[in-house]
Design a protein around this ligand. Structure first.
Ligand SMILES: *Cc1c(COP(=O)(O)O)cnc(C)c1O
Length: 393
């Protein structure tokens, strides 16, 4: 059975609308967003979707995360607490701003940051918390926002895997700044990715969303070489070129219009798989509430994820164990220089052990690629192979 893949047309929603969008831009003669209209429109549409004042498009999810760290404005050597189970794009921007990543351990049920572990690591140099809504499952950002507010920290939400992830209903103590209940609107800055493997794509691309005018100003300036275009050819602050092109912007707009249907289709089939696997021994299934199903994760609390992944892969199911070779607190990058021969600001740095994350990645976590074009037959095949494996073991 062929499974639709996000690397091929059968697993993407790229069609006539995107072709028309790209053609519109090419025929206009203007491919750059400084003078074009598409990227500005994408920003307005994204801000409206999130119910926030600002959206700033940029060249990748990693660029979006870099902008969010710029908004948090750490001094060199300040610490940013984050999770060891994520894409390296979450962590690289911390290093790029000469700040120090501090890894907090995760909740073994879903791999998302454990707010108690975060709280225990807050110190005098902590500047921000970067939470990731892993695989599309809502991280506990209400608790993290309360922690951030209590300690004067910035909360960044990495929503690269979490387009339209919904948070549980607002607590009675919900913060007035929580502008909506979509992941990305609870923290000070939310970061989105439009890379090939995300829910929607323009190849590469990123967007930051925020309600904070000052954060928005800083991020926009940084994304355009510190160039305030209204002020002439004058550079107000340090920045890079993280601009999105009009081609990316126009395609992303067409994709954004399809996003609700993409997430709805993923939710429908994921919930069918949850129902089919209910009661299978030795599995901890993901909670369905709010999940956007970038991937379908399964935890095997007693281990055996590599064996199950191999078995599923043999029967043609796109599944892998662990998600990463090793959690990021164990990555080889911490043993080599960062700039030239220098490890600044990481001199003497050792990442924290994160036993729950390490166990998940080594033996307990299985991820199954998910897709809006899966049918009930795909789901039945996955359920059957998992059930067979559990019956044998
Ligand atoms: C994909 C991803 C990123 C990086 O996004 P790019 O667009 O690939 O730069 C960051 N964080 C998470 C959680 C991701 O999944």
């Amino acid at each position: 059975m062929k499974f639709p893949s996000m690397a091929e047309a059968d697993g993407r929603t790229l069609g006539d609308e995107e072709v028309a969008a790209a053609e519109r831009v090419i025929r206009s003669g203007m491919l750059n967003s400084v003078w074009g209209t598409e990227v500005r429109a994408l920003e307005r549409e994204t801000a409206a979707l999130y119910g926030l004042r600002h959206a700033i498009a940029c060249s990748s999810g990693t660029a979006a995360l870099h902008l969010s760290v710029v908004a948090a404005a750490p001094d060199p050597g300040d610490e940013i607490i984050t999770t060891p189970i994520t894409d390296f794009g979450t962590v690289a921007p911390i290093l790029a701003q000469n700040a120090v990543p501090v890894f907090a351990d995760v909740d073994p049920s879903d791999g998302n940051l454990d707010p108690d572990a975060v709280a225990a690591l807050i110190g005098p140099r902590t500047r921000a918390i970067m939470a990731v809504h892993l695989f599309g499952a809502p991280a506990r950002v209400d608790e993290l926002r309360a922690l951030a507010d209590a300690h004067g920290l910035v909360l960044i939400e990495d929503c690269a895997q979490a387009w339209l992830t919904e948070l549980p209903p607002a607590l009675p103590t919900a913060l007035p700044t929580a502008a909506g209940r979509l992941a990305g609107a609870v923290g000070h800055v939310g970061c989105l990715s439009l890379q090939q493997w995300k829910h929607i794509t323009c190849g590469d691309g990123g967007i930051v969303v925020t309600d904070d005018d000052e954060a928005a100003r800083r991020m926009r300036l940084f994304s355009d070489k510190g160039w305030d275009r209204a002020a002439g050819r004058s550079h107000a602050s340090f920045g890079l070129n993280y601009r999105m092109t009009e081609l990316q912007g126009a395609v992303a707009r067409a994709q954004l219009a399809k996003l609700p249907a993409v997430v709805a289709a993923r939710r429908r089939t994921a919930e069918r798989l949850l129902d089919a696997l209910k009661g299978v021994p030795g599995l901890r299934l993901p909670r369905r509430e709010g999940h956007a199903w970038w991937l379908f994760p399964v935890v095997l609390p007693d281990g055996g994820a590599p064996e199950l992944a191999a078995r599923l892969a043999e029967s043609g199911i796109p599944a892998r164990a662990g998600y990463l070779n090793e959690p990021l607190n164990r990555a080889p990058v911490w043993d080599v220089p960062i700039y030239g021969t220098s490890r600044y600001p990481l001199d003497g740095y050792r990442p924290n052990p994160c036993p729950e994350a390490e166990r998940l990645v080594a033996e307990a976590l299985l991820v199954i690629d998910w897709n809006e074009n899966y049918t009930d037959d795909h789901v039945a095949h996955i359920a059957q192979e998992i059930t067979k494996f559990r019956d044998l073991s």
